[in-house]
Design a protein around this ligand. Structure first.
Ligand code: FES
Length: 199
């Protein structure tokens, strides 16, 4: 007697779900130009902001040439009409002359050499072409066109008053004060006063 063979069962292979269609179409020419235009505006605004911030920041730090120096009065000459006090990093000399204080730019007004204070001759002498200047920077002789330039300075006194160099760059008179009354000399090496040419 024949026996029935078991029926073959077949299972269908799983079919992959269809991936959703992604639109990868490239931007149109018009969209592309919009993007470029937007990026240009952002870049321009960024540059303007950076420029404004840079402009508003102080260009020179205090105590560096081009900025303001707080000069300690303890460094002033001990008496009037002797060698000036010098600050090479600020390129200035502080002269104490006839109860007045004047801050001189240490650079020769001829071609920019550095005149030295010569104690024996009691004057500044330029090593390059021989210009000479008095202790207060007044021109004496040589090819320099004028006396030494001055830096705008303000002297603060212990009684709370102060005195500032005038617009002509004249030495600052101490008036009723003495050098012992000075608490600070503020020297702006970014603000120079040029004397008129000598006759
Ligand atoms: S640079 Fe000073 S005299 Fe010429």
């Amino acid at each position: 007697m024949a026996t029935a063979s078991p029926a073959k069962t077949t299972t269908a292979a799983p079919t992959r779900a269809a991936a959703p269609a992604v639109d990868v179409s490239l931007p149109s020419r018009r969209e592309f130009l919009y993007y470029i235009w937007g990026a240009s505006i952002v870049l321009l605004l960024g540059q303007s902001t950076a420029g404004l911030v840079w402009f508003m920041l102080p260009r020179f730090k205090e105590g560096t040439f081009g900025g303001t120096f707080k000069f300690d009065p303890a460094r002033l000459p001990e008496a009037p009409d002797i060698a000036p006090a010098s600050e090479p990093s600020g390129r200035f000399h502080v002269s104490y002359v006839n109860e007045e204080i004047v801050v001189l730019y240490a650079v020769c007004t001829h071609l920019g050499c550095l005149p030295k204070w010569v104690d024996t001759n009691h004057r500044f002498e330029c090593p390059c072409h021989g210009s000479k200047y008095q202790l207060d920077g007044t021109y004496i002789e040589g090819p320099a066109p004028r006396g030494l330039d001055r830096f705008v300075s303000t002297i603060s006194f212990s009684d709370g008053t102060s005195a500032t160099m005038d617009s002509a760059g004249n030495p600052i008179p101490l008036g009723t004060h003495t050098v012992e009354d000075i608490v600070e000399i503020s020297i702006n090496t970014g603000s120079k006063i040029l004397l008129p040419p000598h006759p």
